[in-house]
Write a protein that binds this ligand. Structure first.
Ligand SMILES: NC(=O)c1ccc[n+]([C@@H]2O[C@H](COP(=O)([O-])OP(=O)(O)OC[C@H]3O[C@@H](n4cnc5c(N)ncnc54)[C@H](OP(=O)(O)O)[C@@H]3O)[C@@H](O)[C@H]2O)c1
Length: 246
């Protein structure tokens, strides 16, 4: 029987690649994001179900759960990202609020809404895309590091709470990924600033690299839980240690 995988933030980047990878593995994929047109185009490629959904909006999340149905095998909490890069002293509070709402509250809201269908279907996987930003703070990154750490803690608590149930809880923590939108969104559409993030880095991760990690953790035998998978490009030894040719 075809089981369902729900991927948030599937209109772009890692989520889009993950939706494709899970569809190729035979799941009925339900895709969620705010940009309905983009989402519909991607869903059409493989007969997925596109749900225009802002994960910060409870009614949207309820619609997403309804579209997912009552047999959900995989939930990929991927919607999110960084907004800005500034010192705490200059923090843009509206951007911080939006980061918390999208990354943290969105992750919790979607997980909560889909839990009955995960349980009804006999179990499955909850995968959250955090970041190596959750490993420790970096200058000007307090807002983003904080939300990713909060997602990690929610994920860790969930694993404890679900102990004894057949639901695995995985934290995928990527380093530098040259994805479609991440840096453009972070820098409010400034293409020059966005490009500088990857300048001189030989082979940053691609969105497909991260999608493959997600596909792999959910494809393992049901008793195997990859708690956390940290994945970085070889050129990135640590968040602050990046080999650049220029
Ligand atoms: N790129 C990196 O270097 C990197 C590294 C580590 C972790 N990550 C994490 O990976 C995840 C995906 O990022 P990405 O690199 O693939 O960036 P991306 O290309 O910008 O994709 C972000 C996705 O999130 C969706 N989204 C944003 N706000 C949303 C909301 N309120 N409701 C529903 N969907 C929303 C966007 O869709 P709409 O705009 O259509 O809503 C988009 O599909 C994020 O959680 C990010 O923090 C990225």
């Amino acid at each position: 029987m075809t089981r369902t995988a729900v991927v948030t933030g599937a209109s772009s980047g890692i989520g889009k690649a993950t939706a494709r990878a899970l569809a190729a593995d035979g799941y009925r994929v339900v895709l969620a994001a705010r940009r309905g047109d983009k989402l519909a185009g991607i869903a059409e490629e493989f007969g997925g179900v596109a749900v225009t959904c802002d994960v910060t909006n409870e009614e949207d999340v309820a619609r997403l759960a309804a579209a997912a149905g009552d047999d959900v095998a995989v939930v990929v909490n991927n919607a999110g990202g960084a907004l800005g890069l500034e010192p705490v002293a200059d923090a843009a509070l509206d951007k911080w609020r939006q980061m918390y709402e999208t990354n943290v509250i969105g992750m919790v809201a979607v997980t909560k809404a889909l839990m009955p269908a995960l349980r009804a279907g006999g179990g499955g996987s909850i995968v959250t895309v955090t970041s190596i930003a959750a490993d420790g703070a970096y200058e000007k990154g307090a807002g983003y590091c904080g939300v990713k750490a909060a997602e990690r803690y929610a994920s860790d608590a969930l694993r404890l709470e679900l102990n004894g149930e057949p639901i695995r809880v995985c934290d995928i923590a990527p380093g530098l990924v040259e994805s479609e939108g991440f840096s453009l969104v972070r820098f409010d559409g400034d293409e020059e600033k966005a490009a500088a993030v990857y300048e001189g880095v030989e082979n940053p991760l691609t969105e497909e690299d991260v999608a493959e990690c997600i596909r792999w953790v959910v494809s393992l035998p049901a008793h195997v839980n990859i708690d956390r998978l940290t994945v970085k490009p070889v050129a990135q030894a640590a968040p602050h240690k990046m080999a650049r040719t220029s």
